[in-house]
Write a protein that binds this ligand. Structure first.
Ligand SMILES: *Cc1c(COP(=O)(O)O)cnc(C)c1O
Length: 223
């Protein structure tokens, strides 16, 4: 089941890339394994999936040690300041950095631990009140304030509202891409990654430039 789902999702990603005239390696699949046990993650690993996303530090810390060490773990859920050290023990990527203070703390602790995590800033593009994420206007300063590593900002991430129409989804994903383009040119820094698109909307995200799609239920089933 999982093997078939992965195959079908990878085909849909390839088709979406081709349809928008993007290179075949233009977007990568992050398999979101939250709530599923290590044995289920291993099934996906065994058919070649190496990147997995978790949204809670506690769950990541319990799952990662039970699985092969060539897996790259991405933290995609809200990160509290007091969980940074634990997160950096397992996560090579953090998609959910939503304040300059948090980014600065990640930099300090990454230096102590001698790791170089990749950071994506989470942006609340749609302005939904219930959401985590930086306001679009605050993103450039957050990038500028935290240049120089060891944690490096490699791009932006957003979660679209669950009930958005196709047209609204295009606008949101395009908005993240345009913000990225503007910051790249203002700061003369490279932000290659756009983490956007989930099970229900990843083809639209790819049409708008997603480089990482975060897909859970379409691979592992309902949570
Ligand atoms: C759960 C989750 C996903 C995956 O959602 P699906 O709809 O199951 O594909 C993607 N991104 C974030 C931040 C999530 O928490």
């Amino acid at each position: 089941m999982i093997a078939e789902n992965l195959k079908s999702i990878n085909e849909r990603i390839a088709n979406a890339l081709a349809k928008s005239g993007r290179p075949a390696d233009g977007a990568r699949l992050l398999a979101v394994s939250k709530t599923f046990p290590a044995e289920v993650v291993k099934e996906a690993y065994d058919v070649g999936q190496l990147c997995f996303g978790e949204n809670r530090v506690q769950e990541l810390s319990e799952k990662a040690p039970k699985l092969p060490s060539d897996i790259t773990w991405h933290l995609i859920g809200h990160l509290q300041q007091n969980k940074v050290r634990q997160a950096l023990q397992h996560a090579a990527w953090i998609h959910s950095v939503d304040s300059s203070d948090l980014f600065a703390r990640i930099n300090r602790i990454a230096a102590e631990l001698n790791v170089a995590p990749r950071i994506l800033l989470e942006v609340n593009v749609s302005g939904e009140e219930s959401k985590f994420g930086l306001k679009p206007d605050d993103v450039e300063k957050t990038v500028a304030d935290n240049l120089g590593g060891p944690a490096s900002c490699v791009g932006l991430m957003t979660v679209a509202p669950a009930l958005a129409s196709e047209a609204e989804l295009h606008t949101i994903f395009e908005g993240l891409r345009n913000l990225r383009d503007k910051i790249q040119s203002n700061l003369k820094t490279s932000l290659p990654e756009l983490s956007m698109g989930m099970s229900g909307d990843f083809e639209i995200a790819i049409a708008e430039g997603a480089t990482i799609v975060r897909i859970g239920s379409a691979i592992f089933g309902h949570r």
